[in-house]
Design a protein. Structure first.
Length: 218
């Protein structure tokens, strides 16, 4: 028996409602930050981009820590190397954030891309931040696994979530007590009058409703 659509992200099936649930982790975020840490070491630091598990290309920087390269220098070199690899730059963009960080912004919602990182010696090159963008058409229910790091969820502009009479509703779950989920309105748009909202604790959840001018939670 086929599903009958009743609302974006929901379907009716034999009297019940099946909801599309999007699972968010740091590994499928639209925006990801990789930070060079530990002790700067001689050798190759690299970030490899994979699309659906298949390598697209690798940005590498050979550090000469003995000659004076610092973690900041290594991050700068990695950003330049990323931009220089056409196959990678075509699907992502690198931007300088913190001095020792490489900020990557992925096409679409980031779901199809993963990154592997390598650092030599006692150096590290690890993901330290993740931001997701919710889709106003389908992401009515999302789970966020914060086992490994805190994750930010960006809301779409309220103008795209309200038709003048009805507003979209999101429900966001935090699956781990290890780290929080931060929910951020678009630009200066607010949630209950504040710039952000926080979901803390394993299986804690918040429901957000677009009023047309802001978001309210419940």
């Amino acid at each position: 028996m086929p599903f009958d659509t009743v609302h974006p992200g929901t379907h009716a099936f034999q009297g019940a409602v099946a909801r599309r649930v999007r699972a968010l982790t740091e590994n499928n975020a639209k925006e990801r930050t990789y930070t060079v840490g530990g002790t700067a070491s001689d050798g190759v630091y690299s970030l490899e981009l994979l699309r659906y598990g298949v390598s697209v290309g690798t940005a590498s920087f050979t550090a000469n820590a003995t000659g004076g390269d610092t973690n900041n220098d290594i991050a700068t070199g990695l950003r330049a190397a990323w931009d220089a690899v056409a196959a990678i730059a075509a699907v992502t963009a690198a931007a300088g954030g913190a001095a020792a960080a490489v900020d990557l912004t992925f096409d679409g919602y980031g779901n199809e891309y993963t990154i592997t990182s390598v650092a030599p010696g006692s150096g590290t090159l690890d993901q330290t931040a993740a931001t997701h963008l919710l889709n106003p058409g389908t992401d009515s229910h999302v789970t966020v696994d914060t086992s490994n790091m805190a994750i930010t969820v960006d809301l779409p502009p309220v103008a795209s979530c309200h038709d003048g009479r009805n507003g979209l509703e999101y429900k966001v779950w935090c699956l781990s007590a290890s780290n929080d989920v931060t929910i951020d309105g678009d630009g200066s748009e607010t949630i209950d009058g504040a710039a952000t909202d926080t979901v803390s604790g394993a299986y804690a959840a918040v429901t957000l409703l677009c009023t047309g001018s802001e978001w309210v939670s419940g």
